[in-house]
Design a protein around this ligand. Structure first.
Ligand code: GRF
Length: 216
């Protein structure tokens, strides 16, 4: 068997996506190892999840730094200790600086609660309801220096019903996310999805459009 792919997961909060990745690794679906879970928030519940599964936890609290550059540098040094193949952002609520992104270009993944390129940024569920959309979704994309703008690798969709609230959409979105992130990581581990600075291929075909996630 090939070596497990090394991941670092960076969170700020609940960590339900982290949990779905841990579960997929423990069940053997995904051949990866999480070197550490890093949080900028010392109270993130996701840290307890990591602890429960004997995964190293690191806190890099953005409030203990004078500026964003210093926070970024410390985060980078912490990540470097684990030499990850991929950095998985899972509910990380800070914007990464360019030095960090350049150091791991093409290796940083993020999950965003919308069908990108629509609804970048925050409060995507409320904005979709306000705009009377009939569909919303989830995107997993590469992180670049522009917010929520890197190439989308995988995209999932769900319907918005007439009476849906923000909580309803969050629930539907999370259910989808918990299937999508492990699946995408599985493809990376199995080299079905290959990401290099110049091209992304999925099952040896050039990926020109996001993969549509069929969760039916
Ligand atoms: C997810 O909804 C994700 O789309 C967004 O942050 C949320 C994190 O949820 N980026 P959790 O902490 O994984 O439960």
């Amino acid at each position: 068997m090939t070596e497990p792919v090394k991941l670092v997961v960076i969170i700020s909060g609940n960590g339900s996506n982290l949990q779905s990745i841990i579960n997929a690794i423990e069940s053997g679906q995904v051949n990866a190892k999480i070197g550490a879970v890093i949080s900028n928030n010392p109270n993130a519940f996701g840290l307890s999840r990591a602890k429960k599964h004997s995964i190293k936890q690191q806190i890099v609290d953005h409030r203990s730094f004078n500026d964003r550059g210093a926070f970024d540098q410390s985060l980078l040094e912490t990540v470097n200790r684990y030499s990850p193949d991929f950095i998985v952002l899972a509910g990380f609520m800070r914007i990464l600086g360019s030095a960090f992104i350049q150091a791991y270009e093409g290796k940083i993944l993020n999950i965003h609660p919308s069908i990108l390129p629509d609804y970048k940024g925050l409060n995507t569920h409320q904005r979709a309801i306000d705009n009377q959309e009939t569909e919303h979704g989830v995107s997993i994309h590469l992180v670049t220096e522009s917010l929520d703008d890197g190439q989308v690798l995988l995209r999932g969709r769900y319907p918005i019903e007439a009476r849906d609230t923000v909580e309803d959409l969050q629930r539907k979105g999370h259910a989808l996310e918990h299937q999508m992130y492990p699946r995408l990581i599985q493809w990376l581990c199995d080299q079905e999805l290959e990401v290099s600075p110049n091209e992304i291929t999925f099952r040896k075909q050039l990926l020109s459009h996001p993969i549509e996630f069929n969760h039916g």
